[in-house]
Every structure is written in C-alpha cells, then in structure tokens.
Design a protein around this ligand. Sequence first.
Ligand SMILES: *[C@@H]1O[C@H](CO)[C@@H](O)[C@H](O)[C@H]1NC(C)=O
Ligand SMILES: *[C@@H]1O[C@H](CO)[C@@H](O)[C@H](O)[C@H]1NC(C)=O
Ligand SMILES: *[C@@H]1O[C@H](CO)[C@@H](O)[C@H](O)[C@H]1NC(C)=O
Ligand SMILES: *[C@@H]1O[C@H](CO)[C@@H](O)[C@H](O)[C@H]1NC(C)=O
Ligand SMILES: *[C@@H]1O[C@H](CO)[C@@H](O)[C@H](O)[C@H]1NC(C)=O
Length: 276
Amino acid sequence: MNITHIFVQYKAVVFLSLFIYVLFWLIITILKQAPIEIVHEHDSSTSNLDLILIYLSKCHINLLLIDPFVLEFLFVQQLSYKQLRKRLITFGIFNDSLRLLEPIFSINNFSVKLSNSDHIFIEYDQQIVHLAVLHPQNSYFLIQKNLLPLPSDVHLSYGDTPRVIEPQEAKFRRRKYRFSSPQNASHFLWLYNISQFIECNHALAKEMETNYHLYQNTSQLDLTIRPMRMISNALNQFEKHHWLAGGTLLGWYRHCGLIPYTQDVDFGLFAEEYDE
Ligand SMILES: *[C@@H]1O[C@H](CO)[C@@H](O)[C@H](O)[C@H]1NC(C)=O
Ligand SMILES: *[C@@H]1O[C@H](CO)[C@@H](O)[C@H](O)[C@H]1NC(C)=O
Ligand SMILES: *[C@@H]1O[C@H](CO)[C@@H](O)[C@H](O)[C@H]1NC(C)=O
Ligand SMILES: *[C@@H]1O[C@H](CO)[C@@H](O)[C@H](O)[C@H]1NC(C)=O
Ligand SMILES: *[C@@H]1O[C@H](CO)[C@@H](O)[C@H](O)[C@H]1NC(C)=O
C-alpha cells in the first residue's frame, strides 16, 4: 500500500467524520431551539391528560403520582391506564421543579391557576392536572393547604389540609408511564389513609419561650427524635397504627418540640394490633 493511497483513504474518513459531526450538531441545535409544542402528538388515542403530561415531561418535570384514587386504580386493582377517567389527577413535584414550570403559562390551550405557588392547576378541556409542591421541611416533605376555590365537583386528596410525605415514602420509581409512582403503592395508600399532619401551635411555643423561658434544647431534640423516627418507621413497615400520646403530644402542641427536661417519649397503639 503506498502513501498516497493511505492519505486518500484517510482524507475520506476525515471528511465523512466531519460531515457526520456537523449533521449531528445541526440536528441537536434545531431540536434544542424547537419551541415546546403540545399539538404534534395529538391523535385520537391521546387523551387530554396525556397532552398535559407530554408537555410537562418536555419541561423535564419529575411527576410523582400521589393521587390515591389513581394509585389504587393502576397499582392495586391493576386496571388499564387507558380506562382511567378522573377529572383531576394529583401529582407531587419537588419545590425546585417550580422554576421549570415557567413556560407553561404561555401555552394558550392550558388554563393555569396557582395557589400561593403551592398548588398548580393545569386545565385542558375539562381535564385538570394538579401539581402539589413538596416542601422539604425538618425531616419530611410538607404539602400546604390549597387556598384556591375549586369547582364543586372537584375534590382534592392533597391540599385539602396540610399533609406530609415521609422521605421513606418519597421513594418513587419510573415505570411505563410519564410519571413516577411510589415503590410500594399499597403501603403508600395505607399511610395516606391513616395519617394526618397536625401543625404545632407556633404562637404558644413562642410564648413558652418568651414568658416562661422554656427553651428547646436542640441537642436533646436530636437525641430524642432519632429513635422516635426509627420506631415510627418500624411500626409503619409492619402497618401498625400509632400516634404521639401523653407528654410527647403536649410537647409538640405546646412547644413545637419536647417539653423541656423530659426524657421519655409516648406513642399510642391499638391493643388489637399487638400481635407479633
Ligand atoms: C391550541 O390552541 C390553538 C389556538 O390558540 C389552536 O389553533 C389549536 O388547535 C389548539 N390545539 C389543540 C391541541 O387543541
Ligand atoms: C426548596 O425548599 C427548601 C427548604 O424550604 C429551600 O431551602 C430551597 O431554597 C427551596 N428551593 C426552591 C427552588 O425554592
Ligand atoms: C383507603 O381508604 C379507602 C376508602 O376508605 C379504601 O377504599 C381503601 O381500600 C383504603 N386503602 C388502604 C390501602 O387501606
Ligand atoms: C441539653 O441536652 C443535653 C443532652 O441531654 C444536655 O447534656 C445539656 O445539659 C442540655 N442543655 C441544657 C441547657 O439544658
Ligand atoms: C409493601 O409494604 C408492605 C408493608 O410494609 C409489605 O407488607 C409488602 O410486602 C410490601 N410489598 C412489596 C411488593 O414490597
């Protein structure tokens, strides 16, 4: 093989590589600039729900299915997604996804309503996608109460009252849908059904500090809350109902923490569930 031959072959490879590179670059640039459209994937089999979800996934928003009705429908009863009929479906989004939602306000076809940046309602032709913002707080995710008046036929599963999602329950995985769902849907539903978040009395806690000089000891709090959390997680795992009781409940209500100088913790459980 002589030198010129190799050079000619080499040149061809270089030009071909260059051509492919430029082609890829062009495609990527064009794709990047393409405005997000909602109409293109609209065919007879695409529901209004899908139209909104397609749009949101194009915005790279991680949607967490937390709607109890839909979780029950898809993952407990194992019914088909295509048969799903519900006017409003609730998804959780983490608070840092809020900024990704900006472009949605410019889509003519969607009617977007906000409640204090805590709840977002995206309506398209009677179908509503409700996004409930999960605020990281202490060791849990808080969903605030919705303040926006809603049509009388719409009822919220999240936003009806403040609610909390535990980090253990916030492990979602992406299956075949455009959204993630809890790893263990029936367990998630069990917790949803039995739990309620009751906010402490911040004004009273302040008063305890200013008038009675009863301060929270943060190192004591850390010491106490860790085992409480472990016990509560274990009871959740075995699906045993439990709640704060006695002085611990009073401490949460009156001090937004523990009653100063207490060393013990009280949980309540049902005697009938004391079996194994
Ligand atoms: C969205 O709205 C525009 C007009 O604002 C209309 O032309 C278009 O057909 C609508 N798209 C869908 C999917 O309804
Ligand atoms: C999300 O919430 C956390 C805790 O409240 C806060 O520190 C953070 O700044 C929030 N992020 C955004 C983007 O708002
Ligand atoms: C949650 O409660 C609903 C209505 O009370 C019930 O239909 C459903 O089976 C319950 N789910 C679980 C997991 O307990
Ligand atoms: C706070 O709690 C820690 C741990 O129980 C204890 O050692 C410390 O003395 C407490 N501090 C005050 C000011 O009570
Ligand atoms: C879901 O969680 C419950 C309660 O912790 C457990 O009994 C069940 O085995 C779990 N199911 C799966 C599929 O992991």
